[in-house]
Design a protein. Structure first.
Length: 232
């Protein structure tokens, strides 16, 4: 949100956050039962500061270096950081002390690297919900085994995470989200992280307990050139 004051930015984020909570309520859910994670990926620290001022304490990042830079910013003290992107095992150590919830655990190597550097960490197992190229996550058939392996490694597996398909619009995600919620319930897991700005309503209707929202709160991400002006 270039060209606006800190107060204006905070007011905009607060209004959009209120709109999201009204949407959740309109869908028949208690807004308190759906945690909103503000995805600040690509935005400067001032956007995270506006989110905090608007009452949002959970922020999500997809890149280890970007998370480390923001976590060191005094304006972002007190944030509960969620790691939501694909993570290279060698990058775990650099953010191990910063992450509140690791949402993208999708393979045994990552399980054991997180357990090594963040013993007892809270994690979600990421499930691949689409065959589209570039979609991350473990195969649905591997979920019970990976959940069990993470638990044996001493991690606290709170639930599952999934990213809906890009093609077909929001409704294309509905059966995938429904199956993800069913799988979590079958495994006795309470947290289901699914739904982003474009398919949030479908995800909430299908039982999401966590939604990851970027554009609907903060507007489009700036170009990478703008990111380089403040970040890694």
């Amino acid at each position: 949100m270039p060209g606006v004051t800190t107060a204006d930015r905070t007011q905009q984020v607060a209004a959009r956050l209120a709109d999201l909570r009204r949407l959740i309520e309109d869908l028949g859910r208690d807004p308190a039962s759906v945690r909103i994670v503000g995805v600040t990926k690509g935005h400067g620290p001032e956007v995270g500061a506006a989110a905090i001022a608007a009452g949002l304490t959970d922020l999500g990042e997809s890149y280890a270096q970007e998370l480390a830079v923001k976590a060191a910013d005094e304006r972002l003290r007190g944030v509960r950081w969620h790691f939501i992107g694909g993570l290279q095992a060698r990058k775990v150590r650099s953010v191990a002390a910063l992450v509140h919830l690791w949402q993208s655990i999708d393979r045994p190597k990552l399980v054991h690297e997180v357990a090594r550097w963040a013993p007892g960490a809270r994690v979600l197992v990421q499930v691949r919900l689409s065959d589209e190229p570039g979609k991350a996550g473990c195969d649905p058939s591997e979920v019970p085994g990976l959940v069990a392996e993470a638990a044996r490694a001493g991690l606290l597996v709170e639930g599952l995470m999934g990213v809906g398909p890009t093609e077909g619009g929001a409704e294309a995600a509905r059966p995938r989200f429904r199956e993800l919620a069913r799988t979590a319930a079958d495994l006795g897991l309470e947290t289901v992280s699914m739904g982003m700005s474009d398919d949030l309503a479908v995800a909430v209707a299908e039982g999401a307990t966590v939604v990851r929202v970027g554009a609907a709160l903060f507007g489009p991400r700036p170009a990478r050139a703008a990111v380089r002006a403040w970040g890694p």
